[in-house]
Design a protein around this ligand. Structure first.
Ligand code: ATP
Ligand code: MG
Length: 128
């Protein structure tokens, strides 16, 4: 198994223990992806799921991993309270950590607070 595959397995267990229904689409088996990128994505997944369990009060969560010619997109959606506003970011280290680590791999992320919370994490496939 790969790093992301292992992390996906772990976060599924965490969601199960928290009684949050989990749906996965796509595959954690990434093609031609540097280990650094995979490590960063694994860390982002872990922090995102920790936040879902800690803050969202959600009953379900979906994780999507899609790779295209251009980029890898990791999407984590929960149906919880969805209150992630800019000012929340300064409160903890998790989202700041995600941002800083994504910078190493020219990645980026955005958050949508609609019908819960959606975290979209993008990493380009070719690192300049
Ligand atoms: P740390 O990650 O350092 O343990 P934290 O989780 O509070 O602390 P962040 O991960 O940066 O810090 O998240 C910042 C804030 O955004 C949280 O305190 C919470 O209010 C809000 N938040 C993050 N994810 C979610 C989510 N899935 N649903 C609702 N609120 C969220
Ligand atoms: Mg956090």
């Amino acid at each position: 198994g790969t790093k992301l595959e292992e992390e996906l397995f772990r976060v599924k267990q965490i969601l199960l223990a928290a009684q949050i229904d989990c749906k996965v689409s796509g595959t954690p088996e990434l093609v031609k992806t540097p280990l650094l990128v995979e490590n960063v994505l694994s860390m982002c997944l872990k922090e995102a799921i920790t936040n879902v369990v800690k803050h969202s009060n959600a009953t379900s969560c979906s994780i999507s991993i899609k790779q295209s010619a251009k980029e890898t997109l990791l999407k984590i959606h929960d149906n919880g309270t969805g209150l992630v506003v800019e000012k929340d970011w300064s409160r903890g280290h998790g989202l700041r950590g995600i941002k800083e680590r994504l910078e190493f791999v020219n990645g980026s992320f955005d958050i949508q607070a609609k019908n819960g919370t959606t975290l979209n994490i993008h990493v380009p496939n070719v690192i300049q």
